[in-house]
Design a protein around this ligand. Structure first.
Ligand code: GLA
Length: 431
Protein backbone atom coordinates (compact mmCIF):
# COMPACT_ATOMS: atom_id res chain seq x y z
CA UNK A 1 0.00 0.00 0.00
CA UNK A 2 1.37 3.47 -0.83
CA UNK A 3 2.04 5.93 1.96
CA UNK A 4 -0.87 8.06 0.82
CA UNK A 5 -3.24 5.12 1.02
CA UNK A 6 -1.88 4.04 4.37
CA UNK A 7 -2.50 7.57 5.64
CA UNK A 8 -6.07 7.47 4.31
CA UNK A 9 -6.88 4.12 5.86
CA UNK A 10 -5.35 5.20 9.17
CA UNK A 11 -7.32 8.41 9.30
CA UNK A 12 -10.57 6.69 8.32
CA UNK A 13 -10.14 4.16 11.11
CA UNK A 14 -9.24 6.85 13.59
CA UNK A 15 -12.31 8.87 12.80
CA UNK A 16 -14.60 5.87 12.98
CA UNK A 17 -13.22 5.24 16.47
CA UNK A 18 -13.42 8.83 17.61
CA UNK A 19 -16.54 10.16 15.96
CA UNK A 20 -18.04 11.18 19.27
CA UNK A 21 -15.14 13.49 20.12
CA UNK A 22 -15.03 15.62 17.01
CA UNK A 23 -17.85 18.04 17.69
CA UNK A 24 -17.24 21.11 19.81
CA UNK A 25 -13.96 22.93 19.11
CA UNK A 26 -14.11 26.50 20.40
CA UNK A 27 -14.09 28.72 17.34
CA UNK A 28 -12.07 31.91 17.62
CA UNK A 29 -12.24 33.29 14.13
CA UNK A 30 -11.82 36.98 13.40
CA UNK A 31 -8.60 38.77 12.67
CA UNK A 32 -5.54 37.38 10.94
CA UNK A 33 -3.04 35.40 12.93
CA UNK A 34 0.44 36.91 12.92
CA UNK A 35 1.42 40.21 11.41
CA UNK A 36 2.21 41.36 7.88
CA UNK A 37 3.03 38.36 5.70
CA UNK A 38 5.18 35.34 6.50
CA UNK A 39 8.02 36.00 4.09
CA UNK A 40 7.55 38.98 1.81
CA UNK A 41 7.65 38.58 -1.95
CA UNK A 42 7.96 34.78 -2.27
CA UNK A 43 4.47 34.18 -3.68
CA UNK A 44 2.82 37.24 -5.18
CA UNK A 45 0.61 34.76 -7.04
CA UNK A 46 -0.32 31.26 -5.84
CA UNK A 47 2.67 28.86 -5.87
CA UNK A 48 2.69 26.20 -8.61
CA UNK A 49 4.64 22.97 -8.50
CA UNK A 50 4.67 19.23 -8.02
CA UNK A 51 4.87 17.09 -4.86
CA UNK A 52 5.89 13.45 -4.37
CA UNK A 53 3.19 12.43 -1.88
CA UNK A 54 0.04 11.71 -3.89
CA UNK A 55 1.71 9.23 -6.24
CA UNK A 56 4.73 7.91 -4.33
CA UNK A 57 3.92 8.28 -0.63
CA UNK A 58 6.92 7.01 1.36
CA UNK A 59 8.39 5.11 -1.61
CA UNK A 60 10.86 7.87 -2.42
CA UNK A 61 14.23 7.93 -4.12
CA UNK A 62 16.72 10.31 -5.62
CA UNK A 63 15.82 8.79 -9.02
CA UNK A 64 12.09 9.52 -8.64
CA UNK A 65 12.75 13.17 -7.83
CA UNK A 66 15.28 13.69 -10.63
CA UNK A 67 12.97 12.00 -13.15
CA UNK A 68 10.10 14.22 -12.02
CA UNK A 69 12.27 17.32 -12.49
CA UNK A 70 13.24 16.15 -15.98
CA UNK A 71 9.59 15.43 -16.82
CA UNK A 72 8.52 18.86 -15.60
CA UNK A 73 10.80 20.33 -18.23
CA UNK A 74 10.14 17.89 -21.11
CA UNK A 75 6.35 17.87 -20.62
CA UNK A 76 6.07 21.66 -20.69
CA UNK A 77 4.85 21.91 -17.09
CA UNK A 78 7.77 24.15 -16.15
CA UNK A 79 7.08 26.49 -19.03
CA UNK A 80 3.39 26.51 -18.12
CA UNK A 81 4.34 27.96 -14.71
CA UNK A 82 5.00 24.98 -12.41
CA UNK A 83 8.19 25.78 -10.48
CA UNK A 84 8.54 23.84 -7.23
CA UNK A 85 9.64 20.20 -7.04
CA UNK A 86 8.65 19.24 -3.51
CA UNK A 87 9.93 16.17 -1.67
CA UNK A 88 7.29 15.24 0.92
CA UNK A 89 7.53 12.99 3.99
CA UNK A 90 10.08 10.12 4.30
CA UNK A 91 13.21 11.69 2.74
CA UNK A 92 15.28 11.86 5.96
CA UNK A 93 17.53 9.59 7.93
CA UNK A 94 15.41 8.40 10.91
CA UNK A 95 18.25 9.52 13.21
CA UNK A 96 19.70 13.02 13.23
CA UNK A 97 23.45 13.24 12.59
CA UNK A 98 26.25 14.58 14.82
CA UNK A 99 25.22 17.85 16.47
CA UNK A 100 21.55 17.02 15.85
CA UNK A 101 21.73 17.94 12.18
CA UNK A 102 18.98 16.67 9.87
CA UNK A 103 20.29 14.55 7.02
CA UNK A 104 18.94 12.62 4.07
CA UNK A 105 18.20 8.92 4.25
CA UNK A 106 21.43 7.51 2.77
CA UNK A 107 19.64 4.62 1.05
CA UNK A 108 17.06 6.82 -0.69
CA UNK A 109 19.19 9.89 -1.34
CA UNK A 110 22.80 8.66 -1.36
CA UNK A 111 24.16 11.98 -2.61
CA UNK A 112 22.22 14.02 -0.03
CA UNK A 113 19.56 16.66 -0.48
CA UNK A 114 21.84 19.46 -1.67
CA UNK A 115 22.70 17.34 -4.73
CA UNK A 116 18.99 16.90 -5.46
CA UNK A 117 18.38 20.62 -4.99
CA UNK A 118 21.28 21.43 -7.35
CA UNK A 119 19.85 19.06 -9.98
CA UNK A 120 16.43 20.70 -9.69
CA UNK A 121 17.87 24.22 -9.81
CA UNK A 122 19.97 23.39 -12.88
CA UNK A 123 16.69 22.79 -14.72
CA UNK A 124 15.28 26.20 -13.93
CA UNK A 125 13.10 24.82 -11.14
CA UNK A 126 12.89 25.41 -7.38
CA UNK A 127 13.27 22.87 -4.61
CA UNK A 128 10.88 22.07 -1.76
CA UNK A 129 11.18 19.83 1.28
CA UNK A 130 9.01 18.58 4.17
CA UNK A 131 9.19 18.81 7.98
CA UNK A 132 7.05 18.89 11.11
CA UNK A 133 6.84 21.27 14.11
CA UNK A 134 6.27 18.38 16.53
CA UNK A 135 8.67 15.56 17.30
CA UNK A 136 7.47 13.26 14.53
CA UNK A 137 6.39 13.69 10.92
CA UNK A 138 3.01 12.26 9.96
CA UNK A 139 4.53 9.05 8.59
CA UNK A 140 6.51 8.66 11.80
CA UNK A 141 3.44 9.36 13.94
CA UNK A 142 1.40 6.78 12.02
CA UNK A 143 4.19 4.20 12.19
CA UNK A 144 4.85 4.07 8.44
CA UNK A 145 8.41 5.41 8.87
CA UNK A 146 10.86 5.08 11.77
CA UNK A 147 12.40 7.78 13.92
CA UNK A 148 11.51 11.12 15.48
CA UNK A 149 12.95 13.80 13.27
CA UNK A 150 10.39 16.59 13.76
CA UNK A 151 11.83 20.07 14.15
CA UNK A 152 10.54 20.78 17.68
CA UNK A 153 13.46 22.41 19.49
CA UNK A 154 15.61 22.35 16.32
CA UNK A 155 13.88 25.12 14.36
CA UNK A 156 16.82 27.48 13.88
CA UNK A 157 19.29 24.70 13.01
CA UNK A 158 16.86 22.98 10.61
CA UNK A 159 16.00 26.24 8.85
CA UNK A 160 19.74 26.87 8.37
CA UNK A 161 20.23 23.33 7.05
CA UNK A 162 17.39 23.82 4.56
CA UNK A 163 18.78 27.18 3.44
CA UNK A 164 22.28 25.68 3.04
CA UNK A 165 20.86 22.97 0.80
CA UNK A 166 19.09 25.56 -1.36
CA UNK A 167 15.54 24.85 -0.24
CA UNK A 168 13.00 27.31 -1.71
CA UNK A 169 9.81 25.90 -0.18
CA UNK A 170 9.12 24.22 3.18
CA UNK A 171 5.99 22.15 3.77
CA UNK A 172 5.58 22.10 7.55
CA UNK A 173 3.03 19.56 8.71
CA UNK A 174 1.50 19.53 12.22
CA UNK A 175 1.16 15.73 12.73
CA UNK A 176 -0.21 15.65 16.29
CA UNK A 177 -3.70 14.91 17.61
CA UNK A 178 -4.07 18.00 19.79
CA UNK A 179 -4.53 21.40 18.20
CA UNK A 180 -4.39 23.97 20.99
CA UNK A 181 -4.21 27.28 19.12
CA UNK A 182 -1.54 28.82 21.32
CA UNK A 183 0.70 25.80 20.91
CA UNK A 184 0.19 25.78 17.15
CA UNK A 185 0.84 29.50 16.92
CA UNK A 186 4.05 29.23 18.89
CA UNK A 187 5.33 26.29 16.86
CA UNK A 188 4.44 27.61 13.41
CA UNK A 189 5.70 31.10 14.26
CA UNK A 190 9.01 29.71 15.49
CA UNK A 191 9.78 28.14 12.12
CA UNK A 192 8.50 31.19 10.25
CA UNK A 193 10.96 33.33 12.20
CA UNK A 194 13.76 30.80 11.71
CA UNK A 195 13.16 30.84 7.95
CA UNK A 196 13.12 34.65 7.95
CA UNK A 197 16.41 34.64 9.84
CA UNK A 198 18.14 32.60 7.13
CA UNK A 199 17.61 35.51 4.73
CA UNK A 200 16.69 33.03 1.97
CA UNK A 201 13.32 33.57 0.26
CA UNK A 202 11.43 30.40 1.19
CA UNK A 203 7.75 29.68 0.61
CA UNK A 204 6.36 28.62 3.98
CA UNK A 205 3.54 26.12 3.44
CA UNK A 206 1.84 24.89 6.61
CA UNK A 207 -0.73 22.28 7.46
CA UNK A 208 -2.23 22.82 10.91
CA UNK A 209 -4.78 20.03 10.39
CA UNK A 210 -2.88 16.76 10.06
CA UNK A 211 -3.92 14.21 12.65
CA UNK A 212 -6.11 16.78 14.46
CA UNK A 213 -9.34 15.04 15.46
CA UNK A 214 -11.55 18.10 15.34
CA UNK A 215 -12.65 20.88 13.00
CA UNK A 216 -9.46 21.70 11.07
CA UNK A 217 -7.65 24.78 12.43
CA UNK A 218 -6.76 25.64 8.83
CA UNK A 219 -10.42 26.29 8.11
CA UNK A 220 -11.17 28.10 11.36
CA UNK A 221 -8.35 30.63 11.57
CA UNK A 222 -6.82 33.05 9.08
CA UNK A 223 -3.12 32.12 9.02
CA UNK A 224 -2.16 34.94 6.64
CA UNK A 225 0.49 36.45 8.89
CA UNK A 226 2.08 33.12 9.79
CA UNK A 227 2.41 31.24 6.52
CA UNK A 228 2.69 31.81 2.79
CA UNK A 229 0.01 29.18 2.28
CA UNK A 230 -2.00 27.07 4.72
CA UNK A 231 -4.02 23.93 4.22
CA UNK A 232 -7.73 24.40 4.84
CA UNK A 233 -8.69 20.73 5.29
CA UNK A 234 -7.29 17.32 5.92
CA UNK A 235 -5.91 15.31 3.02
CA UNK A 236 -7.34 15.40 -0.48
CA UNK A 237 -8.00 12.01 -2.09
CA UNK A 238 -8.79 11.02 -5.68
CA UNK A 239 -12.52 11.08 -4.96
CA UNK A 240 -15.48 13.42 -5.38
CA UNK A 241 -16.76 13.05 -1.81
CA UNK A 242 -15.98 10.61 1.00
CA UNK A 243 -18.70 11.58 3.46
CA UNK A 244 -16.45 10.88 6.46
CA UNK A 245 -16.57 14.29 8.14
CA UNK A 246 -14.16 17.19 8.24
CA UNK A 247 -11.61 15.60 10.58
CA UNK A 248 -10.49 13.02 8.04
CA UNK A 249 -9.51 12.82 4.39
CA UNK A 250 -11.75 14.57 1.90
CA UNK A 251 -13.00 14.41 -1.66
CA UNK A 252 -12.57 17.46 -3.87
CA UNK A 253 -16.24 18.50 -3.52
CA UNK A 254 -15.93 18.54 0.27
CA UNK A 255 -12.69 20.51 0.11
CA UNK A 256 -14.37 23.07 -2.12
CA UNK A 257 -17.28 23.42 0.30
CA UNK A 258 -14.83 24.16 3.14
CA UNK A 259 -12.41 26.37 1.24
CA UNK A 260 -14.65 28.51 -0.97
CA UNK A 261 -16.05 30.59 1.94
CA UNK A 262 -12.46 31.47 2.94
CA UNK A 263 -11.64 33.17 -0.36
CA UNK A 264 -11.38 36.62 1.21
CA UNK A 265 -8.32 35.43 3.15
CA UNK A 266 -6.31 35.05 -0.09
CA UNK A 267 -3.83 37.58 -1.38
CA UNK A 268 -0.18 38.06 -2.32
CA UNK A 269 2.07 35.98 -0.02
CA UNK A 270 -0.91 34.44 1.83
CA UNK A 271 -2.97 31.76 0.12
CA UNK A 272 -5.54 29.35 1.59
CA UNK A 273 -4.49 25.90 0.30
CA UNK A 274 -7.18 23.34 -0.58
CA UNK A 275 -4.40 20.71 -0.99
CA UNK A 276 -2.81 19.15 -4.03
CA UNK A 277 -4.26 18.28 -7.41
CA UNK A 278 -5.54 14.74 -7.97
CA UNK A 279 -5.43 15.22 -11.74
CA UNK A 280 -3.94 12.12 -13.39
CA UNK A 281 -3.55 10.41 -10.01
CA UNK A 282 -4.63 6.78 -10.10
CA UNK A 283 -7.38 5.73 -7.71
CA UNK A 284 -8.62 2.26 -6.78
CA UNK A 285 -11.69 1.38 -8.88
CA UNK A 286 -14.64 0.31 -6.76
CA UNK A 287 -13.17 1.82 -3.59
CA UNK A 288 -14.01 5.05 -1.74
CA UNK A 289 -11.21 6.69 -3.74
CA UNK A 290 -11.78 5.52 -7.32
CA UNK A 291 -9.94 8.39 -9.02
CA UNK A 292 -11.53 11.50 -10.49
CA UNK A 293 -13.53 11.34 -13.73
CA UNK A 294 -12.53 13.67 -16.57
CA UNK A 295 -15.35 16.02 -15.52
CA UNK A 296 -14.26 15.99 -11.88
CA UNK A 297 -10.68 16.75 -12.90
CA UNK A 298 -11.93 19.79 -14.83
CA UNK A 299 -13.86 20.85 -11.73
CA UNK A 300 -10.81 20.48 -9.52
CA UNK A 301 -8.50 22.40 -11.84
CA UNK A 302 -11.09 25.05 -12.75
CA UNK A 303 -12.37 25.71 -9.24
CA UNK A 304 -8.87 25.68 -7.71
CA UNK A 305 -7.98 28.33 -10.32
CA UNK A 306 -11.10 30.35 -9.55
CA UNK A 307 -10.20 30.29 -5.85
CA UNK A 308 -6.60 31.40 -6.53
CA UNK A 309 -5.36 28.19 -4.93
CA UNK A 310 -1.79 26.94 -5.12
CA UNK A 311 -1.57 24.46 -8.02
CA UNK A 312 0.57 21.56 -6.81
CA UNK A 313 0.34 18.56 -9.12
CA UNK A 314 0.71 15.07 -7.64
CA UNK A 315 0.59 12.70 -10.59
CA UNK A 316 3.45 10.45 -11.74
CA UNK A 317 5.02 12.85 -14.24
CA UNK A 318 7.14 10.47 -16.34
CA UNK A 319 4.03 8.45 -17.33
CA UNK A 320 1.63 11.41 -17.68
CA UNK A 321 -0.92 10.92 -20.49
CA UNK A 322 -1.96 13.49 -23.06
CA UNK A 323 -5.26 14.46 -21.37
CA UNK A 324 -3.56 15.05 -18.02
CA UNK A 325 -0.85 17.16 -19.57
CA UNK A 326 -3.39 19.18 -21.58
CA UNK A 327 -5.43 19.90 -18.45
CA UNK A 328 -2.49 20.75 -16.19
CA UNK A 329 -0.98 23.10 -18.78
CA UNK A 330 -4.21 24.84 -19.94
CA UNK A 331 -2.84 28.39 -20.26
CA UNK A 332 -6.21 30.13 -20.02
CA UNK A 333 -7.10 28.46 -16.73
CA UNK A 334 -3.62 28.97 -15.28
CA UNK A 335 -3.92 32.65 -16.19
CA UNK A 336 -7.08 32.84 -14.07
CA UNK A 337 -5.32 31.22 -11.10
CA UNK A 338 -2.32 33.52 -11.44
CA UNK A 339 -4.23 36.72 -12.21
CA UNK A 340 -2.43 39.61 -10.49
CA UNK A 341 -5.63 41.12 -9.11
CA UNK A 342 -5.67 38.15 -6.71
CA UNK A 343 -9.43 38.44 -6.24
CA UNK A 344 -10.69 34.86 -5.76
CA UNK A 345 -14.14 33.79 -6.84
CA UNK A 346 -17.30 34.20 -4.85
CA UNK A 347 -20.55 32.29 -5.27
CA UNK A 348 -23.34 34.17 -7.05
CA UNK A 349 -26.14 34.49 -4.47
CA UNK A 350 -29.26 32.45 -5.08
CA UNK A 351 -27.61 29.86 -7.31
CA UNK A 352 -27.12 27.13 -4.69
CA UNK A 353 -23.38 27.17 -5.29
CA UNK A 354 -23.74 26.40 -8.99
CA UNK A 355 -22.56 29.77 -10.34
CA UNK A 356 -19.29 31.45 -9.36
CA UNK A 357 -17.63 34.63 -10.53
CA UNK A 358 -14.11 36.00 -10.38
CA UNK A 359 -12.96 39.48 -11.43
CA UNK A 360 -9.73 39.60 -13.41
CA UNK A 361 -7.19 42.40 -13.69
CA UNK A 362 -8.12 43.32 -17.29
CA UNK A 363 -11.75 44.00 -16.35
CA UNK A 364 -13.04 40.67 -17.63
CA UNK A 365 -14.98 38.25 -15.44
CA UNK A 366 -14.79 34.47 -15.31
CA UNK A 367 -18.05 32.69 -14.65
CA UNK A 368 -18.02 29.07 -13.52
CA UNK A 369 -21.11 26.93 -13.99
CA UNK A 370 -20.45 24.01 -11.66
CA UNK A 371 -22.68 20.97 -11.41
CA UNK A 372 -22.44 18.95 -8.20
CA UNK A 373 -25.34 16.69 -9.23
CA UNK A 374 -24.90 13.11 -10.41
CA UNK A 375 -26.62 13.86 -13.72
CA UNK A 376 -26.36 16.58 -16.34
CA UNK A 377 -28.09 19.84 -15.34
CA UNK A 378 -28.96 23.02 -17.15
CA UNK A 379 -27.38 26.02 -15.37
CA UNK A 380 -28.44 29.53 -16.38
CA UNK A 381 -27.25 32.94 -15.28
CA UNK A 382 -26.52 36.30 -16.89
CA UNK A 383 -23.76 38.82 -17.50
CA UNK A 384 -25.35 41.14 -14.93
CA UNK A 385 -25.58 38.39 -12.30
CA UNK A 386 -21.86 37.67 -12.57
CA UNK A 387 -21.11 41.37 -12.12
CA UNK A 388 -20.41 42.66 -15.61
CA UNK A 389 -21.34 46.27 -16.38
CA UNK A 390 -24.26 46.90 -18.73
CA UNK A 391 -23.23 46.60 -22.39
CA UNK A 392 -25.05 45.78 -25.64
CA UNK A 393 -23.01 42.59 -26.10
CA UNK A 394 -20.39 40.50 -24.36
CA UNK A 395 -17.64 38.31 -25.78
CA UNK A 396 -17.67 34.81 -24.30
CA UNK A 397 -14.60 32.57 -24.29
CA UNK A 398 -15.01 28.95 -23.16
CA UNK A 399 -11.76 28.16 -21.32
CA UNK A 400 -11.95 24.39 -21.95
CA UNK A 401 -12.93 24.28 -25.63
CA UNK A 402 -11.46 27.60 -26.73
CA UNK A 403 -14.79 28.39 -28.48
CA UNK A 404 -15.79 32.04 -28.65
CA UNK A 405 -19.29 33.47 -29.00
CA UNK A 406 -21.27 36.55 -28.06
CA UNK A 407 -24.30 37.15 -25.89
CA UNK A 408 -26.46 40.15 -25.12
CA UNK A 409 -26.82 38.99 -21.51
CA UNK A 410 -28.02 35.42 -20.94
CA UNK A 411 -25.43 32.77 -20.14
CA UNK A 412 -26.06 29.10 -19.70
CA UNK A 413 -25.07 25.57 -20.52
CA UNK A 414 -26.05 21.99 -19.90
CA UNK A 415 -23.28 20.88 -17.58
CA UNK A 416 -22.39 17.19 -17.24
CA UNK A 417 -22.37 15.44 -13.87
CA UNK A 418 -19.69 16.91 -11.55
CA UNK A 419 -18.37 19.07 -14.40
CA UNK A 420 -17.61 22.80 -14.48
CA UNK A 421 -17.95 25.11 -17.48
CA UNK A 422 -15.64 28.13 -17.38
CA UNK A 423 -16.56 31.22 -19.40
CA UNK A 424 -14.41 34.34 -19.57
CA UNK A 425 -16.55 37.35 -20.42
CA UNK A 426 -15.85 40.90 -21.42
CA UNK A 427 -18.03 43.73 -22.73
CA UNK A 428 -17.91 43.77 -26.54
CA UNK A 429 -16.67 47.18 -27.65
CA UNK A 430 -16.97 46.45 -31.39
CA UNK A 431 -19.99 47.88 -33.22
C1 GLA B 1 -0.11 14.59 6.04
C2 GLA B 1 -0.24 15.69 4.98
C3 GLA B 1 -0.03 15.09 3.59
C4 GLA B 1 1.34 14.43 3.54
C5 GLA B 1 1.47 13.39 4.64
C6 GLA B 1 2.86 12.85 4.75
O1 GLA B 1 -1.12 13.64 5.94
O2 GLA B 1 -1.48 16.29 5.06
O3 GLA B 1 -0.15 16.08 2.61
O4 GLA B 1 2.34 15.42 3.66
O5 GLA B 1 1.15 13.94 5.91
O6 GLA B 1 2.97 11.91 5.79
Amino acid sequence: MSGALTALVTSVLTVVLLLGVTAAAPIRTGSRLGDGVAIAGVALTPPMGWNTWNSYGCDLSDRIVRQAADAMVSSGLRDAGYRYVIVDDCWFDPARGPGGVLRADPARFPQGMKAVADYVHARGLKFGIYGSPNDRTCAQLGGAYPGRTGSAGHEAADARTFADWGVDYLKYDWCAPESDLDRQLTAFTRMRDALRDTGRPIVYSINANSDVLAVPPGAIYDWSGIATMWRTTNDVTPAWALGLGVATSQGIREILDTTAPLAARAGPDHWPDPDMLEIGVAGIPGSLTPGLTAAEQRTQFGMWALLAAPLIAGNALPSMDFATRALLTNPDVIAVDQDPLAAPATAVPGTAGKVWRRNLSDGSVVAALSNDDRSATRIDTSAAAVGLPAAPHYQVHDLWTGATSTTDGPLGATVAAHDTVLLRLRPDTSA
